[in-house]
Design a protein. Structure first.
Length: 296
């Protein structure tokens, strides 16, 4: 019995090392993906919203459930454990707040550096603050959407095979990581815009799935100013991306970017879609505002 006990004690860490090595190999072959958002103005309202977004990403994407995580490739034999080790694993998992195998980056600009307090709050929510060089509006100090062209930096995150960009005024109501697989075939993926129930042939830039590419980024960075007469700059990067990808995009169902403005025109249709929604976009009445308070 003593020899058997010793053998079990010795074999346990060996099995753990083999499993970790196997998972690392799978991680290296599956590619790297990330959720990305942005915080250009660190107001209390937007800081709260981006914290909610972080929570919903964590809620639906942890190591046990990620479709592209190493654990999802584990064989049934390796995932079978004793009740005691399962209990131990459960307790260790609960002690770690953020287990997602996907990185989470929040963009902010050199023009509007965030305070140390804000940076600490973002990190506490699992975000990695990521400073980018400010991309000015084509008309200079343009008041409306003046920071939105900085979103083009997601195309330059070439350390990742795929990016899902989500505006800070969105939150997840289901898992969404299945879209990462689409980036192998499609470089630009979005959802058509729906404003007050009016469908648009263009996309809404609040949720974007892209395959980063440095050449594409350089073209976008140069083109959004050079081609400013070829698109309506009133809606900044959204109209520019509609122009640039007018012949080369994949559209996702509306449940991947359910626009709150749609509820104004048809509550029944909105609630029908909301029951299946994966990403909900608070385009009207941001948290903390009067409109939001009246609608909740």
């Amino acid at each position: 019995p003593e020899e058997l006990t010793d053998a079990r004690v010795i074999s346990a860490p060996l099995q753990k090392e083999q499993q970790e090595e196997q998972q690392q190999q799978q991680l290296n072959t599956r590619g790297r993906y990330a959720f990305v958002s942005a915080l250009y103005k660190a107001t209390l309202g937007y800081l709260r919203m981006i914290c909610v977004l972080a929570y919903t990403i964590s809620r639906y994407h942890d190591n046990e459930n990620d479709l592209l995580s190493p654990s999802s490739y584990s064989s049934s034999s390796s995932s079978s454990t004793s009740s005691s080790s399962s209990s131990s694993s459960s307790s260790s998992s609960s002690s770690s707040s953020f287990l997602s195998s996907y990185d989470r980056l929040v963009l902010y600009t050199s023009k509007r550096p965030l305070s140390n307090d804000t940076l600490c709050q973002l990190r506490a929510q699992g975000w990695t603050p990521y400073m980018v060089q400010h991309l000015p509006h084509p008309q200079g100090d343009y008041k409306k959407y003046s920071d939105q062209f900085n979103k083009l930096h997601i195309f330059n995150l070439t350390q990742y095979d795929g990016i899902m960009y989500i505006d800070a005024d969105c939150f997840l109501s289901n898992r969404v990581d299945e879209v990462f697989r689409l980036t192998k075939q499609f470089p630009f993926i979005a959802v058509h815009d729906n404003w007050y129930g009016q469908d648009s042939l263009g996309i809404n830039a609040g949720v974007l799935v892209v395959r980063p590419d440095n050449d594409t980024f350089l073209q976008l960075k140069e083109g959004y100013i050079k081609d400013k007469d070829k698109y309506n700059i009133d809606y900044a990067e959204q109209n520019y991306l509609n122009y640039y990808y007018r012949h080369n995009k994949l559209l996702l169902p509306e449940i991947y970017n359910l626009n709150a403005a749609q509820a104004i025109s048809s509550k029944e249709e909105f609630y029908r879609l909301q029951s299946r929604a994966k990403v909900q976009h608070i385009t009207l009445g941001k948290p903390g505002g009067t409109l939001w308070s009246n609608r909740t």
